[in-house]
Write a protein that binds this ligand. Structure first.
Ligand code: M6R
Length: 612
């Protein structure tokens, strides 16, 4: 969602800010803006893409070594030039950029209106900048103190950066519920909503904690206070991310690059955690909590979107291997439905971004009920790993495409390792089966390579179906979540309606839809509920349905029943989701490309959903 970049240092700020905004484009947005400090604050903003802002600014004065810039994903007020950030205060002395939502903005707005303030936009952000100005003038305090007092009065989530004409060598940044990172360079500072705009300038970063305020001043050390006025010591961390991970590296889209990165991403997620020859699974991040996990009466998995689908695979894994009852919950429902949570529950939160608002709220509820909370997350230093008791990073590397691909397979890999370890501790798995599964898991990356080599074949199948308006995805057992994930991938990037169902559920409703216009994608791999799925395929054939099947290599029976076949290597059913999802990702990708969709930034979607 919205993106923030700030700079203060010896260089011209504008090129750094614009490059930063381009790096943040993947998050999703609908307008962009920039403010630069010279003698005055120069502020430019535009509806649409960053390139449209650049075109608008061309030829104008962009001088200044201090600046802030923003990409906005509309919440309060339509996407428009007026609602775009930065926003000026009443006297144009202050300019602010803001991610998040100020929930009590209308009360503050009415009060400020009574005191003579004017509002030109529909945003909650403008309320905040006027409030800060009001406090600054009335209390006669330094900017950081005015910001601090204002933040004690607002309810909601924020990551903000503020510049003031009266303190031209200073930026004030603060966060609560929305991430903010300060990069420390050579006599310069960078501020951003994630590390992607910073990584090419410095690897030294400080992730702000909730309710912290950073004072970033030319020729001074970074200083941090919290909203209770306590001084904090900045904790400088080294970024692990590299610049090449943020570039397309010769691929047409980030999504395709990330699909092809999966063998490497899965290896990275297993590195140091799986030693197949020695029969060891060791998850350092949760080592102090693995007994809690093994002894849990119940595991509650909560997540959103693709991460929720990974959670569903987790349900099969933990119940099947470790015999622990599992419930999988959409975080958005879990947070509001007064769930029953016990102190001996383990709540497992899965998130690529680590910033999903609903998942963070689910953590809050679980904490209040005294449960142990573990996380599986991709973005190092993000909010979810900070809020959980312990967790495991997926180490899939930055995922830039809005459609999640490598994060999903890395999450499933970690869930497999966790379930295997829990099973080992609970003695619910024989050593022979444990060793068989870890040895197979170890070579999954090579099997994925083999699937990726069928790229051209999958592209040809995509060409046949690009004009279909509806798709049905069917699978059973471990392949049911894969069917859901296949359908989600297609709809989010191609805008084609697609639904995933457990294959047997088809006859309770969706069977009515079947005709020769609607392709049915079956995940019909040989292990698990193979015979049952074959029956479901026959039911579809009997009604003239057109079938694309993902089947095990060499399966002649499925081959002769279906219209299009994509073969994947044989694997234990426990591990099949890691393979079966790959052709579905490629199928969606090519259909979307052929329909000329914006694959990496599909309409209306954001990479990290930081609002409800
Ligand atoms: O960052 P998270 O994993 O918490 O995000 C959850 C969903 O928003 C995300 O998986 C979304 O569904 C993706 N666009 C799916 O491709």
């Amino acid at each position: 969602m919205c993106g923030i970049v700030g700079y203060i240092g010896p260089k011209e700020a504008y090129p750094i800010l614009m490059k930063g905004l381009h790096r943040l484009e993947y998050r999703g947005y609908d307008s962009a803006g920039v403010a630069l400090m010279d003698q005055e604050i120069k502020l430019y903003k535009q509806k649409g893409k960053v390139s449209e802002l650049e075109a608008f600014v061309k030829g104008k004065d962009v001088k200044g070594t201090v600046g802030i810039a923003h990409t906005r994903w509309a919440t309060h007020g339509e996407p428009s030039q007026i609602n775009a950030h930065p926003h000026f205060s009443e006297t144009k002395t202050l300019a602010i950029i803001h991610n998040g939502i100020i929930e009590n903005y209308s009360v503050i707005r009415e009060e400020l209106k009574r005191r003579g303030y004017h509002f030109s936009s529909d945003t909650d952000t403008e309320v905040l900048v006027h409030l800060i100005e009001d406090i600054k003038f009335n209390e006669k305090v330094p900017l950081e103190e005015a910001v601090r007092i204002a933040l004690t009065q607002v309810v909601g989530a924020y990551a903000i950066v503020i510049m003031s004409k009266l303190s031209p060598n200073k930026l004030i940044a603060a966060r609560k519920g929305s991430p903010l990172v300060v990069g420390i360079g050579n006599e310069e500072f960078f501020i951003a909503s994630d590390a992607t705009p910073i990584v090419e300038y410095t690897k030294d970063v400080v992730y702000l904690d909730d309710e912290e305020i950073a004072i970033v001043e030319r020729d001074k050390e970074l200083s941090i206070i919290d909203i209770r006025k306590e001084t904090k010591t900045p904790y400088v961390q080294k970024l692990e991310m590299s610049l090449s991970e943020l570039e397309k590296g010769g691929y047409d889209h980030f999504m395709l690059k990330e699909i092809f990165e999966q063998p490497r991403a899965i290896k990275d997620s297993m590195r140091g955690r799986l030693n197949a020859p020695l029969g060891i699974v060791k998850l350092g991040g949760i080592i102090d909590y693995e007994q809690k996990l093994a002894k849990a009466k119940r595991i509650l998995i909560t997540a959103c979107g693709t991460s929720w689908h990974a959670g569903l695979v987790g349900e099969y894994l933990f119940e099947d291997l470790a015999r622990i009852p599992v419930e999988v919950e959409y975080a958005s429902e879990f947070r509001y439905r007064n769930p029953v949570i016990y102190e001996d529950d383990v709540v497992l939160v899965i998130s690529q971004s680590g910033e999903t608002a609903d998942s963070l709220a689910a953590i809050d509820i679980a904490k209040r009920n005294g449960a142990t909370i573990l996380g599986i997350c991709n973005v190092v230093g993000s909010s979810i790993p900070r809020q959980t008791h312990a967790g495991v990073y997926t180490h899939a590397g930055p995922e830039i495409g809005v459609a999640s691909t490598k994060a999903f397979t890395a999450q499933v890999t970690i869930l497999t390792l966790m379930a295997l370890r829990a099973a080992q501790l609970r003695n619910t798995i024989s050593t022979t089966r444990f060793n068989q599964l870890i040895n197979e898991l170890d070579i999954i990356p090579e099997k994925i390579e083999a699937i990726l080599r069928q790229n051209d074949k999958i592209k040809k199948i995509a060409a046949k179906f690009k004009d279909s308006r509806n798709f049905l995805y069917l699978g059973r057992g471990y392949n049911f979540p894969v069917a859901l994930e296949g359908a989600l991938k297609l709809k989010e990037i191609s805008y084609i309606h697609a639904e995933g169902y457990p294959a047997a559920e088809m006859k309770h409703g969706p069977i009515a839809l079947i005709d020769k216009e609607m392709p049915i994608v079956f995940i019909a791999t040989r292990r698990g509920m193979y015979e049952k799925v074959i029956t479901n395929i026959q039911e579809v054939k009997a009604r003239n349905g057109v079938i694309i099947a993902i089947a095990t290599k060499g399966d002649k029976e499925v081959a002769k029943m279906v219209d299009y076949l994509i073969e994947i290597p044989d694997a234990d059913e426990v591990l099949v989701p890691l393979l079966a999802v790959i052709p579905l990702q490629l199928l969606s990708y090519y259909i979307a490309v052929m329909l000329k969709r914006n694959v990496d930034q599909p309409r209306n979607l954001a990479k990290s959903v930081t609002v409800e």
